[in-house]
Design a binder for this molecule. Sequence first.
Ligand code: FAD
Length: 320
Amino acid sequence: MILVYCELKDGKIRKPSLEALSEARRLADGAGQQVGALFVGAALAGAEEAAGYGADAVIKVEGASLAAYSSDGFAAAIADAVKAKGASVLLAAATSTGKDVAPRVAARLGAGYAAEVTGLSIQAGKLQAQRPVYAGKANATVDFASAVQVATTRPNVFPVTASAKAGAAESLAAPAGDFKAIVKEILAKAGGKVDLTEADIIVSGGRGMQSGDNFKLLEELAEALGGVVGASRAAVDAGWGIPHGQQVGQTGKVVSPTLYIAVGISGAIQHVAGMSGSKFIVAINKDPEAPIFKLASYGIVGDLFQVVPELTQAVKSLKA
Ligand SMILES: Cc1cc2nc3c(=O)[nH]c(=O)nc-3n(C[C@H](O)[C@H](O)[C@H](O)COP(=O)(O)OP(=O)(O)OC[C@H]3O[C@@H](n4cnc5c(N)ncnc54)[C@H](O)[C@@H]3O)c2cc1C
C-alpha cells in the first residue's frame, strides 16, 4: 500500500495533500497497489473527500490527545499506521507540518527519506524520487535501500487529479498522549494569506522597490491576481519592515508557484535558488541586462513604478 499523510484545514483536505494523494494514485495504478489516505487529529470531518482523489481507504487516527499538533505524537501515529497497514511507501506534502513530521516517521521506521521531491516513479517495485540539490542547480535521482520509503512532495509541482475510489473507512488507535512536546497555540498572521511555499501566484519585490511603502503596489497586484507577496533578501535586509518569512531564496523560502512575478529583482543566484522551479516567471526590470531575464518566460523592460500599476489595472479590467 502507498500511504499518504493528509492534512485537513477547515474541514477540507489541503491542496498540497491532494497533490500528494493524486500522485500516489498515479504510482499505485502503475504498480497495481492500493492507496490509503491517512488522517491524524481529534476531529477529522472532511477526510472522506479523499475518496474522490484516488484513496481506496480513508484511515483515521482520531483521539483527543491529537487535538494539537505534536511532533512526536503525530510521528508515532503515522509510523504506527505505516506498520499496521504494511505500507511500503509513505508520502506527505512538504508543508511545514509535512517537513516536520515525515523525517521523524522515517527515523522511527528506519526508513529512507527523500525531502521535497519533484518527481516520483516506481522502478522494479521500488520508489525512485527526483529532487533538486545544490540550491536547485542540479537534480538528483534518489533510490531507497530500505523496505519502507518516505518522501515529501513539493507543493504546486504535482497536479491534483480527481479519481473516484471506494475510500473504505478505517480507524486505528491513537497513541497514548504522553507526548514530549505539543503545540500550545498557533498565532496566525493577520490577513490569513496562503503560505508562500504553497502559493500559486507570487509577486516578489526587490531592492528596486526603494521602500517598504512601495510594496503596496505589489500588494495591489497580488490581490488582483489572487496571489501573495514575496521579497528578495535585499528588500528584507533593507529595514523596510518586510518580514524574513517573505524572503525567497537560498536563505529564505523555496517556492514553486505557477506564476512568479519578479519586480525590481536582479536575479542573483541565491534568489534564483528559491524560485527557479516556478512554472512561469515574469520579470519587470529597467535593466535589460538583468540576469533575471535569462530565466524569465516573459520580461518587461521598464520602470516598475509605471509598469506595475498598469499591470494591476489591466488584471482588474480583465477580471471585471
Ligand atoms: C549566503 C548568501 C545567501 C543569500 N540568500 C539570499 C536569498 O535567500 N534571497 C535573496 O533574494 N538573496 C539572497 N542573497 C543575496 C543575493 O546575493 C542578492 O544580493 C539579492 O538577491 C539582491 O536582491 P535584489 O535583486 O532585490 O537587489 P539588486 O541586485 O540590487 O537588484 C535590484 C534590481 O532592481 C532593478 N530596478 C531598480 N529600480 C528599478 C525600477 N524603478 N524599475 C524596474 N527595475 C528597477 C535594478 O535594475 C536591479 O536589477 C544571498 C547572498 C548570500 C551571500
